[in-house]
Design a binder for this molecule. Structure first.
Ligand code: URA
Length: 219
């Protein structure tokens, strides 16, 4: 059964509720729920796939190797990480235990479905101007199952957040009136870490180029 986030509680209330989420089985072997992080005033939201090993232990998104690469790319693109909200499509680490380490396992459609109400609740509070999908899992979940990062990355697409008609209809003055939300998908930082040495600089530059598009949209 999909998660059932409380309404009207703000990000901290959502984070507290998500800590006890049992909407799918991933909570049990995981250390903790890794909820999104960033200011409630953030104009841009980055959505990854799921927390990794270090994120699971620390309880924060994108703080492991992929997070360090993302931080560098954000800096090179002129985006302050502290101004952004960073979250994941699935908020528990899915892994296979092995004697040496916990091996990342891609979340299945059932995990994305169970966790999605948390993402929608985050969007409802944040009302972002730009949403950035980091990698195919987020892009397929939020844009379309047929979305191909290699073909369509780096493009700003008009996007309607799920449930936006009800979420944003409470606005009663111009300042709070619904605004256009833009979506952009780019490579997942982990994919860049996995790219062979000789191709990695170009892959990194392409990520920074996509993030510059985001920086321009926010300027
Ligand atoms: N990869 C993700 O998709 N999210 C994280 O938080 C860390 C690694």
């Amino acid at each position: 059964m999909p998660a059932q986030p409380p309404t009207g509680v703000g990000l901290e209330g959502l984070r507290a509720a998500a800590a006890g989420c049992r909407a799918c089985e991933l909570w049990e072997p995981a250390t903790q729920t890794v909820f999104g992080e960033g200011p409630e005033t953030a104009r841009v939201v980055f959505v990854g796939e799921q927390p990794g090993d270090q994120e699971d232990r620390r309880g924060e998104p994108f703080v492991g190797p992929a997070g360090r690469l993302l931080d560098r790319a954000l800096g090179d693109a002129g985006i302050e990480r502290g101004d952004a909200y960073i979250t994941n499509a699935v908020k528990h680490f899915r892994f296979t235990p092995t004697p040496k380490r916990r091996l990342h396992q891609t979340p299945g459609p059932e995990h994305l479905r169970a966790c999605r109400p948390w993402l929608e609740a985050e969007f409802a509070v944040l009302q972002p101007e730009v949403v950035v999908c980091l990698g195919a899992t987020a892009a397929k979940a939020l844009i379309s199952p047929s979305f191909r990062i290699t073909r369509e990355r780096g493009q700003l697409l008009p996007w309607t957040p799920p449930g936006a008609d009800t979420l944003f209809s409470a606005a009663d003055d111009d300042e709070d009136a619904p605004h256009q939300t833009w979506m952009l998908a780019t490579t997942h930082p982990s994919a860049i870490l996995r790219t062979p040495d000789e191709a990695r600089p170009a892959a990194y530059d392409a990520l920074v180029a996509d993030l510059r598009v985001v920086a321009q949209a926010l300027a």
